[in-house]
Design a protein around this ligand. Structure first.
Ligand code: NAD
Length: 492
């Protein structure tokens, strides 16, 4: 069994309590790694290490280009470890190797992009009406970032936080999900090898409701960056509000994937599959509501069912596998719960709706790809995030109706639009209230393009140049160049 330790202040350490837990491989349903369980003292130590690194150097005295250079070094080291890390993450959370491998390759680009950006972050000289004053701004790091991440894509989503946070001179304490802690601990070994000073990057593991909460409240943490469920996000927003901490929230979704009769149907079928069966539906950007124009409803579903029936379920480490297990037992139970609720509310199971009967698959946490019809947008299954391979299909007649159904949601993370009509595509992009709209594609993300939510899908953005604003603050500096002192009783 693999043995892991916490990474605090540049050292590998046991949890202060000495407690350990096991990480379960969702394919075998067996423990494969032993991980320390941190408590409040471990968080105190990690935050202190991050504070010291932020305030006392060498990190805080490095030039921006030196810090950028470290991120680019890290990118090179990641590149040599793609296969190993992808295997570990697939083992820890059951995600397909073809997806974790792609994530790992993209991490190289993320660290190069943000490493390159590090020395391009600067303030401005501002022309004022008062010409004797030199006014300039400094764009400065916020301080210690407490990053709390979910189990579905631990390394990718930690990178969305760590790369911009470090590129702008902050330090970070990451608390990954306790159900998938291993890949980020492996990743910390690469950070160490890249030569980051001790305390710049720390990882603590432990239950979210206890140590995630404690980290967010910690007076030594200046900014919370959270990716996870909306209910947890709301609690963290309250914590941040109490102490006026900066916070970025990347939360859940119930995203529409809208297919018009004028779409390329073959591509749209693939897009519907990408939306809900890729990553076993365990993605914030799942296209879990499929809105089909009524004129193509039957034909589209026939084709979707035919292709879904050919999905290859199996070991996520096998490159041919298309659908792996759910990441943990709670999630498996949640999926079944929602399928049951949907049926009680009048939905029909067109496909799936249960666990596979195959004996081999049944050892793992598998659930059949599921398509529900007769779904009304008012049903819970169309309103609440399931985070599993469950697709709710909703018909519509007109473009206006599609927009109304798409926007009738508490969430607004992503949306897909399938049409060959360029006018309609752009009209839809404008009308839909979500942070991302994909036209004739689905499930794209890139280091250079902003990602984040409208409505209860969160606030703040990750990726792209704009994210720099979320990890920096602006100081305005005024320098009087006129030796004559101004009237002290008038604001100037
Ligand atoms: P979760 O909210 O249960 O947990 C996320 C993280 O928060 C974990 O590290 C957990 O330990 C910690 N946590 C739990 N309770 C906490 C508390 N009271 N205080 C502080 N930390 C706490 O979410 P999850 O089940 O791990 O992940 C699934 C959710 O993440 C889904 O809702 C999904 O949509 C969302 N997600 C969003 C994005 C995005 O970019 N918008 C990406 C991936 C996942």
């Amino acid at each position: 069994m693999e043995q892991y330790q916490l990474f605090i202040g540049g050292k590998w350490v046991e949890a202060q309590s000495g407690d350990r837990t096991e990480s379960i491989d969702p394919y075998t349903n067996e423990a494969w790694a032993s991980v320390p369980v941190g408590n409040e003292t471990d968080v105190d130590l990690a935050v202190k290490a991050a504070r010291d690194a932020f305030e006392k150097g060498p990190w805080c005295t490095m030039s921006q280009s030196q810090r950028g250079r470290l991120l680019i070094n890290l990118a090179g080291i990641i590149e040599k470890n793609i296969d190993r890390l992808a295997q570990i993450e697939s083992r820890d959370n059951g995600k397909l190797i073809r997806e974790t491998h792609t994530h790992l390759k993209s991490l190289v680009d993320y660290y190069i992009y943000f490493g390159g950006l590090a020395d391009k972050v600067h303030g401005d000289v501002i022309p004022l009406s008062k010409t004797s004053v030199l006014n300039y701004t400094l764009r400065e790091p916020i301080g210690v970032v407490g990053a709390i991440t979910p189990w579905n894509s631990p390394l990718l989503l930690s990178t969305w936080k760590a790369a911009p946070a470090l590129a702008t001179g902050n330090t970070i304490v990451i608390k990954p999900s306790s159900t998938t802690p291993c890949s980020i601990l492996e990743f910390a070994k690469l950070v160490e090898e890249a030569g980051f000073p001790p305390g710049v990057f720390n990882v603590v593991i432990g239950p979210g409701s206890r140590i995630g909460n404690y980290l967010a409240k910690h007076p030594g943490v200046d900014k919370i960056s959270f990716t996870g469920g909306t209910e947890t996000g709301k609690q963290l927003a309250e914590i941040a509000a109490k102490d006026v901490k900066r916070i970025t929230l990347e939360l859940g979704g119930k995203s529409p994937n809208i297919v018009f009769e004028d779409a390329n149907i073959d591509n749209a079928v693939m897009g519907a599959m990408a939306g809900i069966f890729a990553a076993c539906g365990q993605t914030c950007s799942a296209g879990s509501r499929l809105l089909l124009q009524r004129s193509i409803y039957d034909e589209f579903l026939d084709r979707l069912v035919e292709r879904t029936n050919r999905i290859k379920m199996g070991n996520p480490i096998d490159w041919a596998t298309e659908l792996g297990p759910l990441a943990n037992r709670t999630q498996l139970e949640k999926v079944q719960y929602y399928v049951d609720v949907a049926q009680q509310e009048g939905a029909k199971v067109l496909l799936g709706g249960k666990r596979p009967e195959d004996e081999e698959l049944n050892k793992g946490l598998f659930y059949l790809p599921t398509i529900l019809t007769n779904v009304d947008n008012k049903m819970r299954v169309a309103r609440e995030e399931i985070f599993g391979p469950v697709l709710s299909v909703i018909p519509f007649d007109t473009e206006e109706e599609a927009i109304a159904i798409a926007n009738d949601s508490d969430f607004g993370l992503v949306a897909g639009v399938w049409t060959n009509n360029i006018y309609r595509g752009h009209r839809m992009a404008k009308a839909i209230r979500s942070g991302t709209v994909w036209i004739n594609t689905f499930r794209n993300a890139n280091y250079a393009s902003p990602f984040g939510g409208y409505k209860q899908s969160g606030y703040g953005r990750e990726n792209g140049i704009d994210v720099i604003k979320d990890y920096t603050q602006v100081k305005s500096v005024w320098v009087e160049t006129d030796e004559q002192m101004r009237d002290p009783f008038v604001v100037g």
